[in-house]
Design a binder for this molecule. Sequence first.
Ligand SMILES: *[C@@H]1O[C@H](CO)[C@@H](O)[C@H](O)[C@H]1NC(C)=O
Ligand SMILES: *[C@@H]1O[C@H](CO)[C@@H](O)[C@H](O)[C@H]1NC(C)=O
Ligand SMILES: *[C@@H]1O[C@H](CO)[C@@H](O)[C@H](O)[C@H]1NC(C)=O
Ligand SMILES: *[C@@H]1O[C@H](CO)[C@@H](O)[C@H](O)[C@H]1NC(C)=O
Ligand SMILES: *[C@@H]1O[C@H](CO)[C@@H](O)[C@H](O)[C@H]1NC(C)=O
Ligand SMILES: *[C@@H]1O[C@H](CO)[C@@H](O)[C@H](O)[C@H]1NC(C)=O
Ligand SMILES: *[C@@H]1O[C@H](CO)[C@@H](O)[C@H](O)[C@H]1NC(C)=O
Ligand SMILES: *[C@@H]1O[C@H](CO)[C@@H](O)[C@H](O)[C@H]1NC(C)=O
Ligand SMILES: [Ca+2]
Ligand SMILES: [Ca+2]
Length: 380
Amino acid sequence: MFILTIIFALSLQALGQQQPCPAGWSQFGKKCFWYSQSVQRTWTNANRYCIDIGGALAGTYDNNDLAFVGNLSANSMYPVWTGLNLKNGYWEFIDGTYSFGLTSQWLSGEPLANQGTCGAIRTTNPVGYFNMQCLNVQPFVCNQKIATCDSANQTQRYGVVQSPNFPDQYANNENCIQYITGNQTNFVELIFDAWNVETPYDYVTLYDGNYPSGQWTLLANLTYDPTNITDTTLKPSFQTTSNVMTIRFVTDFSGTRSGWHANYTLKPYLPYVSQSGSSGVLNSPNYPNDYPNDSEQWSYINTLGGTRIVLQFLDFRMEKNRDWLYVYDGGDTSSPLLGNFTGFDIPSQQLLSTNNIMSLFFYTDYSIEAKGFSATWKLM
Ligand SMILES: *[C@@H]1O[C@H](CO)[C@@H](O)[C@H](O)[C@H]1NC(C)=O
Ligand SMILES: *[C@@H]1O[C@H](CO)[C@@H](O)[C@H](O)[C@H]1NC(C)=O
Ligand SMILES: *[C@@H]1O[C@H](CO)[C@@H](O)[C@H](O)[C@H]1NC(C)=O
Ligand SMILES: *[C@@H]1O[C@H](CO)[C@@H](O)[C@H](O)[C@H]1NC(C)=O
Ligand SMILES: *[C@@H]1O[C@H](CO)[C@@H](O)[C@H](O)[C@H]1NC(C)=O
Ligand SMILES: *[C@@H]1O[C@H](CO)[C@@H](O)[C@H](O)[C@H]1NC(C)=O
Ligand SMILES: *[C@@H]1O[C@H](CO)[C@@H](O)[C@H](O)[C@H]1NC(C)=O
Ligand SMILES: *[C@@H]1O[C@H](CO)[C@@H](O)[C@H](O)[C@H]1NC(C)=O
Ligand SMILES: [Ca+2]
Ligand SMILES: [Ca+2]
């Protein structure tokens, strides 16, 4: 029974159905609260304690919050610190929020000048704030955001996936799964354009396919910044070979940041073209009809060792500066670039490889099609 319970809990975790609050914390609204009970600290050290366990000294933004925190610490013989303090002449919570609902939370006659610059709650009736010296050693209440990352499944052709609350801080204890699902003729491309994550404690894992149920392979475990890429020839993009991408975001119990943001596109799947022998013709998809939007296709020429390949264009029409053809002197993007073509002029020069492998990468953006290219190759 015990083991069964654990397996059940783990599979819920894996599915992204996490508990909103860690063990020992109580949920109220969109926050989790924790009462220190017998642990007592000065105001500043209380906040450090809260940070260490994944929160900060609590904010009570309205009378409901106040009532909840009052209830949570109702057995306290001592006033209880929250994040309220006097800063630059204003009473505000430690996260910098000034609450207009605060006036009604002070006990009658409070705050008093020269009585102290930190706010504590008297938890017996009437419950409310008064100000005290921050060096007093008191029990305290911490709070943090609830983990909210629900499972999602996006099926539009374009869209955005991001960490919860982006660009505000994500929460601790997240374990969420998002799917991007295309039709059977699609693959998924994901491009990150923002990344501020407490790696490696918090990370994104990308799967090609349906994780954890169904078929999947690991695409990337992002314990590093995917937007910090020294290879500038391609964007920080990740592509599936199947029609589904699973994005799992996991955060640990403390330390949050603004998170990550990525755009995705469902693209028509164009299998690569591979040619060998002594000559051939390579065309863009659908040639001589227009190529599709959002396309990518690799074509490889792989001949016998000791030979070199000459490529000559017969036709070339591609949307200028939007759709591109790259020709590489080798089998991938790390090979030297022999040509970088776009627009409506047929490249007149012959391209010559140094070895027996040449590859072409065809890329089109989201709109405007054209006829594409046709080229012949032979050995030299
Ligand atoms: C606080 O406790 C009282 C008495 O048990 C209850 O009526 C009230 O709903 C509680 N308030 C909150 C916000 O939990
Ligand atoms: C996502 O939506 C597609 C299309 O409605 C559906 O076929 C697929 O099963 C869904 N995937 C998940 C994991 O819910
Ligand atoms: C699959 O999606 C592509 C666009 O991404 C669309 O052009 C095509 O018609 C769709 N095919 C089916 C069978 O729905
Ligand atoms: C990804 O990295 C994290 C942090 O190092 C690790 O805990 C996790 O097991 C890794 N996931 C996979 C699928 O490798
Ligand atoms: C980018 O990566 C390089 C090499 O790994 C590293 O030295 C540098 O600090 C990184 N830059 C940022 C902004 O993370
Ligand atoms: C091709 O040229 C364009 C425009 O100069 C440039 O933005 C792009 O990075 C080049 N592509 C490669 C693979 O170098
Ligand atoms: C992602 O989409 C947003 C609009 O939602 C756009 O501002 C941004 O430039 C896009 N980023 C990339 C890398 O395409
Ligand atoms: C390519 O994109 C343009 C602009 O969005 C659209 O008008 C055209 O129909 C698209 N072509 C196809 C085959 O979907
Ligand atoms: Ca963290
Ligand atoms: Ca285009």
